[in-house]
Design a protein around this ligand. Structure first.
Ligand SMILES: Cc1ncc(COP(=O)(O)O)c(C=O)c1O
Length: 385
């Protein structure tokens, strides 16, 4: 049987997966499922799902107008007015990407993809028969875009630029200047601008202004999996911006794509208004946790030589850079598993082009997080830096 090459031929567990298997039980410092991190979800948070309206199935490709109006209101509270007619609801942000890739790319086309960056983009693109065209950040506290090869890497097959703001895993916001540069390229080469803003509620500092170019077809992505810490609700969105005529054509085509699947569930749309009233409380709990764990990480690793907790401006992850020449992230991750049964992610998982980075989730419960960091510190000390 010849399968398509959208899925890889070799799906066997890699060396880290095998080390995890052998090291059980593992203290998992990669936990990014908020529902397993001990947040205090109010007991009535899901009550809206059982409203009687949820018993009527009235499928709408972009979601009901009521749900889109509720969402537009919520998003407009951040300053920029959102038009409910330009919102498309999807079952997840991953699905939002898949719709946009179907809309914009033919098999063999590519998207400029931030590197290092979120590994799922690789699969999301390949599953649509598309290619990654990486652009790079400079290793710097603010992770500015490396502009040297940027424009030269664009070909007629490059259909758009993907940004993640704040970025996963660096936690850096794109500066206004970098946003401008990318938007100018989109305008010059008629490419779309995809702005993944799933972590935008989790800034530690005031974030740079979000830039828009009215000539560029722009898609902003967000979802309840991060904004409400409830991935299982399966509700995300795309906001479409740009020249009116293009936006209208986009909507017609997206309508066909979304109508083919109709993957949105009714109860979550009916409950959306109620659900969003809980967002400030949950986001506050999460932000408090992220900052607490981050401070603790910095404190506990502060005396180690040649180890640096890299600065970040937001997001759910922290980067620990091991500065010693020749240190290899995957080797460290496997040794840490073997010696201390602690799991962190290697930077290679996110395609860091240089440097030895370990990636740690900041969502875990503080006592568990601290226990993991102490084991990590002992491990790094034993390496005799
Ligand atoms: C940057 C980024 N975009 C999108 C997603 C996917 O979100 P969803 O759960 O809504 O599919 C994730 C998940 O972690 C992510 O990190």
């Amino acid at each position: 049987m010849n399968f398509s090459n959208r899925t890889p031929d070799d799906l066997s567990p890699n060396a880290i997966a095998r080390a995890i298997e052998a090291a059980q039980p593992v203290l998992d410092m990669t936990q990014s499922n908020p529902t397993l991190c001990g947040f205090n979800y109010p007991p009535d948070i899901l009550k809206g799902l059982s409203r009687p309206e949820a018993l009527i199935y009235d499928p709408q490709a972009f979601g009901t107008l009521k749900a889109r109006e509720v969402l537009a209101n919520y998003l407009s509270a951040n300053g920029q007015k959102v038009d409910p007619q330009n919102l498309v609801l999807t079952a997840s942000t991953s699905e939002a990407y898949s719709y946009l890739f179907k809309l914009l790319g033919n098999p063999g086309d590519s998207f400029l993809t931030p590197t290092p960056g979120y590994p799922l983009l690789d699969h999301l693109l390949h599953l649509e028969g598309l290619e990654l065209n990486p652009y790079f950040f400079q290793v710097h506290p603010d992770w500015p875009i490396d502009r040297t090869r940027l424009e030269a890497s664009i070909t007629p097959q490059t259909k758009g630029i993907i940004t993640i703001n704040p970025h996963n895993p660096t936690g850096a916001f794109l500066s206004e200047n970098d946003q401008q540069v990318l938007l100018n390229l989109c305008e010059k080469f008629s490419m779309a601008y995809l702005s993944d803003e799933v972590f935008s509620d989790f800034a530690y500092v005031s974030q740079p202004r979000r830039i828009q170019n009215p000539k560029v077809l722009t898609f902003r992505l967000g979802g309840l999996s991060k904004s409400l810490g409830l991935p299982q609700l399966k509700l995300s969105w795309i906001e479409i911006l740009g020249p009116d005529k293009l936006v209208e054509e986009c909507k017609e085509r997206l309508d066909l794509i979304a109508d083919t699947y109709l993957s949105l569930n009714t109860p979550v749309q009916v409950a959306l208004e109620d659900l969003l009233t809980f967002a400030p409380d949950i986001q506050n709990q999460m932000r408090t946790r992220l900052l607490y764990n981050r401070n603790n990480l910095e404190k506990l690793l502060s005396n180690l030589h040649e180890v640096k907790v890299w600065p970040a401006q937001g997001g759910w992850y922290a980067l620990v850079k091991v500065l010693r020449e020749g240190a290899k992230d995957e080797d460290l991750v496997i040794q840490l598993l073997k010696k201390h049964q602690v799991l962190v992610q290697p930077g290679s998982f996110y395609d860091f082009p240089t440097g030895c980075f370990l990636v740690i989730s900041l969502l875990s419960q503080p006592d568990l997080f601290e226990a993991g960091v102490i084991r990590l510190r002992n491990f790094l000390e034993d390496l005799k830096f």
